[in-house]
Design a protein around this ligand. Structure first.
Ligand code: AHR
Length: 555
């Protein structure tokens, strides 16, 4: 695949890596870095759905991350963990992908409807695939189906987020998919499935109005081990006929993993061969997945051996994880270019519908927390640089879903019974909230790269990176300084407006291994910082290994 250089990210931010000499006048200040925000060069609106989440019936994501049960002594809204809902409302969580993941292709949605006590118990897909010492009575092992479609929709409504359903392509016929759409979207009184929706536990007379439907998940792997041609054929069949019930239904295709160009090319070539409209009318989104897991610095590509511990990592592993996360920008550009060969107007946009850090097992809170892991300041930096990339590429990326919400991979929350805490990654989402729905504007980062030792060789990493957005007279600039030990004294210039007010929030800690626990829930949390400004210029010292959000009011 073609590699895009930093300078080719035109239409986004430009990282003038290596020097301050890209035609900009040299600064007279003591600053080592310069950031220019070009207010009059808008790129695209940042879809709020870029700040989306992922909920899979996996380990302790649903039970007891979300669902604690109606009779629980843990504070809840109709069985749904109250502290989780309240925290998600604060970050305006816009969208939830559900019910998987690999689980989705083993799931019969009919198991999760009707009266809760009568729903069947099934062996969970993940118990078979990833289990170790999961207790016999654990929901991670045997799925009780107490949380199904109605409960999920209730959760979305409580938070104020939209549902994005992943349909089972591997093991259920298209008819079941159509009927799930009917169950969710048909108006009261119109169908027997609308009646079933109303009568089941957590029933709803109002249709759920689900617009986003994923067709399968990772269909190149756990979702059926299909070839790209086979998947395109299935995608067409599943999307060929359905009742929209007046909604603008948006299908999302199961896209490639990271940098697999063949899957993207194969799918779009096959769809285009059928007709142009097959892409423009049917494929609203292309769901690519990218996990940051390999911290080996090129020593191995083995899925298990390449991973490191979530909490104990050395300097090289720290930078290697950030390097892995940073690759998503090139992958977006590469898939985008291939998609454009078959869809010149780019009617299909990208959904990065699974992303985040994936560490080796060992830091999960309990054996039932399958794929559970701790979340340190390093993961917060993975989140900030990823979200900044999605912001910068908001003309191409319309959705992204961090994997996964609670008690799992790159989680925003940890929960166990009545114990609950926010991870450093939650704070990133909270600090970035003003970007949701704002207009991404061009920003130019002129900052020297720095070097680190990677498997005995010298590797480069950028000095500062970020994104800027404007809504009304408010500008938000988010910036990551990845350097483990050096702050970046920076001059920030706003081109096209003057600064009326400025404030900042910083997430940093004296040790990047720091993380929040039930005993010490505020070990990593943001703090307010002063910003010095004058007309259109401000100066700021970006702490080592930090994420900063600068909020400006402009005139
Ligand atoms: O997020 C965990 C798993 O990772 C998902 O179920 C699957 O889609 C991916 O491989």
């Amino acid at each position: 695949m073609k590699k895009f250089g930093r300078r080719e990210f035109l239409g986004t931010s430009i990282l003038a890596a290596g020097s301050l000499a890209f035609g900009f006048p040299r600064s007279t200040s003591a600053a080592n870095a310069r950031v220019e925000i070009l207010i009059n060069e808008p790129i695209a609106d940042i879809s709020p759905n870029i700040y989306g989440h992922f909920v899979e019936h996996l380990g302790a994501v649903v039970y007891d991350g979300i669902w604690v049960g109606e009779g629980s002594k843990i504070a809840n809204y109709n069985g749904i963990r109250k502290s989780l809902v309240d925290a998600l409302k604060k970050i305006k969580a816009p969208l939830f992908r559900y019910p998987g993941g690999c689980f989705a292709d083993s799931y019969n949605w009919r198991d999760g409807i009707g009266e809760r006590s009568k729903r069947p118990k099934r062996t969970n897909f993940w118990y078979g695939a990833a289990s170790k010492n999961v207790p016999m009575d654990s929901a991670a092992r045997f799925e009780p189906n107490h949380f199904g479609t109605n409960e999920f929709m209730q959760f979305c409504r409580l938070v104020g987020g939209k549902p994005y359903m992943a349909a089972n392509l591997r093991s259920l016929p298209a008819q079941d998919f159509n009927e799930w759409m009917e169950y969710c979207n048909s108006p009261a009184g119109s169908t027997t499935l609308a009646e079933a929706r109303e009568k089941g536990s957590a029933g709803s007379r109002d249709p759920f109005g689900v617009e986003f439907w994923g067709i399968g998940n990772e269909s190149w792997g756990c979702g059926g081990e299909l070839t790209a041609d086979e998947y395109a054929q299935e995608f067409r069949r599943y999307s060929a006929a359905y009742s929209a019930y007046g909604l603008p239904i948006k299908f999302v295709g199961a896209g490639a993993s990271s940098d697999d160009p063949n899957w993207t090319r194969g799918f779009f070539a096959n769809m285009r061969a059928k007709s142009e409209g097959m892409i423009t009318r049917r494929v609203h989104g292309w769901g690519i997945h990218h996990y940051s897991w390999n911290v080996s610095g090129g020593r191995t590509n083995d899925w298990n051996a390449g991973k490191g511990d979530a909490v104990k990592f050395n300097t090289e592993e720290y930078y290697n994880l950030l390097t892995e996360a940073d690759k998503i920008e090139n992958f977006i550009l590469q898939h985008w270019e291939i998609m454009g060969e078959y869809d010149k107007k780019h009617s299909t946009k990208i959904a990065v519908d699974e992303w985040g850090s994936w560490h080796r097992p060992g830091t999960e809170l309990l054996p039932a927390h399958l794929l559970g892991q701790q979340n340190t300041m390093r993961d917060a930096l993975v989140a900030s640089l990823s979200l900044d990339i999605f912001n910068r590429q908001s003309d191409k990326v319309f959705m992204a879903n961090i994997a996964q919400l609670v008690n799992c991979l790159h989680s925003l929350f940890l929960a166990d019974g009545d114990k609950f805490c926010l991870t450093p990654t939650y704070h990133i989402f909270e600090m970035f909230t003003p970007h949701l729905g704002a207009k991404n504007v061009r920003s130019i980062f002129s900052v020297p790269n720095f070097k680190y030792d990677r498997n005995g060789k010298t590797a480069d990493f950028w000095g500062l990176s970020g994104s800027a957005s404007v809504i009304d007279k408010n500008l938000t600039l988010t910036v990551t300084n990845p350097h483990l030990t050096e702050k970046q004294t920076s001059e920030i210039i706003i081109r096209g407006a003057k600064i009326k007010l400025a404030k900042a929030r910083v997430l940093s800690t004296n040790d990047v291994h720091n993380h929040n626990t039930f005993e010490n829930p505020n070990a990593v949390q943001p703090r307010e910082a002063n910003v010095k400004f004058n007309n259109e210029t401000l100066t700021f010292d970006f702490d080592a290994a930090s994420v900063t959000a600068i909020y400006l009011e402009l005139v």
